[in-house]
Design a protein around this ligand. Sequence first.
Ligand code: G1P
Length: 287
Amino acid sequence: MRIRKAVLPVAGLGTRVLPASKVIPKEMLPLVDKPTLQYIVEEAVEAGIEEIIFVTSRSKRSIEDHFDVFPELEQALERKGKLKELKALRHVQTMAIYTSVRQPVALGLGHAVLCAKALVGNEPFVVMLGDELVAPETPCLQRMMEIHEKYNGSVLSLFTSPPELISSYGIASVQDLESGVVQVSQLVEKPPLEEAPSDLAVAGRYILTPDIFELLEKTPQGRGGEIQVTDAIQMQAEAGHCYGLRFSGVRYDTGNPLGLLTTSIAYGLRDPAIAPGLREYMRQVLQ
Ligand code: G1P
């Protein structure tokens, strides 16, 4: 079944980038000239996603506003003849259908996904985490969708984690099926290094089959006292319905100050209008 919907859980407090994220959602912090979240929505649209479902919270209203119409601004841009800016603004509003649902209490990522149950309905869907970007030249969602088509289960994107970061990720035990494709047999959320079943970590891109909602409803609190999506996917893995893509492309973590800064530089270097000036500045400061 073609995947049309993406759930973007954006209700988190963003404590790793405080105080920047006190009144501006961390997903709205800019990289060059767009909020980080816009890159994620563009990644989804590029992979053929038509509907974006934001799982928000009360302090995150600006996220819905960013993707909504702003008639006064459009009129002002039109009057001033700023047609390029107007086109860019309209593109953001129209590239997908946007819906949103509130996560009333922060009970974890699994709970956030469960909040989208009614909006997703009975179809497979993508989950994209808001503090992780995938470089546009190494996309992974399309390949994950192909794996889903072929094997008909949930699909995770997996990467090799350095030992010191194992306890920050969901960790998978896998068997290879074909080049770059694995069957996931076990998943553990943020295990201590010595208990990790492997060094393959779950990245912030998932394809989930809709039975995940029933599983989430019966998932007890897990790591950190939260309802973990990893624990519900583990039930799918046990039943033989979870697959993975060994993703070797480039990921950026924008959920911490250093990651935000290095990702800004990486995206600045990709932008032909910014790159020459940025290179020159870096040449000067690194001398
Ligand atoms: C979440 C998931 C974890 C996954 C990670 C990827 O953790 O719970 O399994 O490996 O995202 O970024 P978080 O980073 O939200 O704590």
